[in-house]
Ligand binder design. Structure first.
Ligand code: SME
Length: 160
């Protein structure tokens, strides 16, 4: 029998087939993840934005659902978000208040997971999820979040 996560993956794979743009795909993914997983309280993409001249690139907030965040642009060397793109690895933080890298979005957030989006082997963005529950994210959640990040990466590879 399929688990809820497997059923959701099949549905999300379908979204990646039918999405009209990468922005559309990201909007639909964050909406479905938020609707289907009650412990996913804030779900959003940040994409790396190159800056003019010699300025450093930043993570720019893309499609998201959840409370408005003050962090609409994050330098690549700041926050849990910066750590995930700089290392190219998924970062799971069970207790955000115990992590000095954490940039607060909502006082209700207790745990966070961030998975990089790769395009042709290069990190181009990330999928960030916050939960109001401490240590909320299971291994199955991690695989799901990484899968969603990979759907966006493959979409960008196909269409850019
Ligand atoms: N908590 C993140 C910042 C983004 S908000 O959670 C939406 C961080 O520490 O990088």
């Amino acid at each position: 029998m399929l688990t809820n996560h497997q059923r959701l993956v099949e549905e999300l794979n379908g979204l990646a087939e039918s999405a009209e743009t990468a922005e559309d795909l990201m909007s639909r993914l964050v909406g479905r993840l938020r609707e289907q997983l009650p412990h996913f309280n804030w779900v959003g993409f940040y994409m790396i934005e190159e800056q003019p001249e010699s300025q450093e690139p930043v993570l720019a907030l893309g499609p998201y659902v959840g409370a408005e965040t003050p962090h609409k642009r994050i330098p690549l060397n700041q926050g849990i978000c910066g750590a995930a793109v700089s290392s190219g690895q998924t970062v799971v933080v069970d207790d955000v208040n115990a992590d000095p890298r954490y940039l607060a979005c909502s006082i209700e957030t207790r745990s966070e997971i961030v998975a990089p989006v790769f395009m042709k082997g290069k990190v181009v963005g990330e999928l960030d999820i916050d939960s109001h529950t401490a240590a909320a994210f299971t291994d199955a959640d991690r695989k799901l979040v990484e899968h969603c990040a990979a759907l966006v990466g493959s979409y960008l590879e196909r269409t850019s």
